[in-house]
Write a protein that binds this ligand. Structure first.
Ligand code: NAP
Length: 276
């Protein structure tokens, strides 16, 4: 089974558009801050803006020079924290080296932190409380449920331990009662460990890394990796090699990628519902 994130993301966005128009009044507002002229960041920001417009959210882009000081950026964030027309704020990564990701993540109000990177939301995630949680792993859980793939009681292995994907993915799978293992570059016998996974999440960023040696027959493989190559976008899986071994697999492109934006919008609508 090919798990089409693209198709599911469309359904999610349609449901959000309906919810926004039914509730009416002030629409949800998302502010996206971009620092500098990184071409990939510009593409992501414009995709987010388009998705907002199509779904009925108001989006505001704040474009700052690469040389902006951390204090100046913090002032911009404080203005947005105080702005009652803005429900969600995100700062597009990567930031220039002179600006600390952690300082910026901690300066966004937890109630507007639609990326789910603020320590308060990270704490809530691990404590099993309500909050705003990172979009990619939230979208993956929703896709698994939508595709009726069992999470409760299964073995889940995540390759990658970043704060954006690997760690929050583990916390969300744990909430759904999976038995979770996080693997990384120091993990011995990675293929052997991955072959025990009923759900394998690959968030490495190395094309063709996950081959037939890593995959248990009939398991679900969620390929989070996105690498731009001369032949186009590539995931972490050697798709042709593993697709007939897996029971279900997300393609790249069209798998996890579209979920991230859909669940950014979903987080913004969630924040709007609370902030209104
Ligand atoms: P990251 O911060 O670079 O983390 C990569 C992880 O892979 C690290 O934990 C690293 O282990 C691990 N790793 C690297 N080489 C390994 C090896 N040989 N064996 C085992 N583990 C290894 O990346 P990220 O931000 O999590 O992103 C991962 C990928 O997902 C990237 O391709 C990114 O573009 C993509 N991504 C996609 C979406 C989406 O919307 N689809 C969203 C976010 C990210 P160590 O910690 O030991 O170094």
């Amino acid at each position: 089974m090919i798990l089409s994130g693209r198709k599911f993301a469309k359904t999610v966005r349609k449901d959000l558009a309906e919810e926004i128009s039914q509730i009416g009044g002030r629409p949800p507002g998302l502010a996206v801050i971009i620092v500098g002229d990184n071409p990939a960041s510009q593409v992501y920001v414009s995709m987010k803006k388009k998705a907002c417009e199509k779904t009925g959210l108001i989006s505001r882009t704040v474009h700052l020079e690469e040389s902006v000081s951390e204090d100046e950026l913090l002032r911009e964030i404080e203005n947005l924290n105080q702005d009652s027309s803005i429900d969600g704020i995100l700062c597009q990564l990567p930031l220039p080296e002179h600006i600390s990701d952690e300082t910026i993540a901690s300066s966004i109000l937890p109630s507007k932190d639609v990326d789910g990177f603020h320590p308060v939301n990270v704490g809530k995630l691990w404590r099993g409380e309500e909050g705003l949680f990172p979009c990619t792993p939230t979208g993956i859980i929703a896709l698994l449920k939508y595709s009726e793939i069992q999470i409760d009681g299964v073995n889940a292995v995540i390759v990658g331990r970043s704060n954006i994907v690997g760690k929050p993915m583990a916390a969300l799978l744990l909430r759904e009662h999976a038995t979770v293992t996080i693997a990384h570059s120091h993990t011995p016998d990675l293929p052997g460990l991955c072959r025990q996974a009923d759900i394998l999440i690959a968030a490495v960023g190395k094309p063709h890394f996950i081959n037939s040696e890593f995959v248990k027959p009939g398991s679900t493989l969620i390929d989070v990796g996105i690498t731009r190559t001369s032949e186009g976008l590539r995931g972490d899986a050697d798709f042709e090699q593993v697709k007939d071994i897996c029971g279900a697999i997300t393609p790249v492109p069209g798998g996890v990628g579209p979920l991230t934006i859909a669940f950014l919008l979903s987080n913004t609508v969630k924040a709007w519902n609370r902030n209104r």
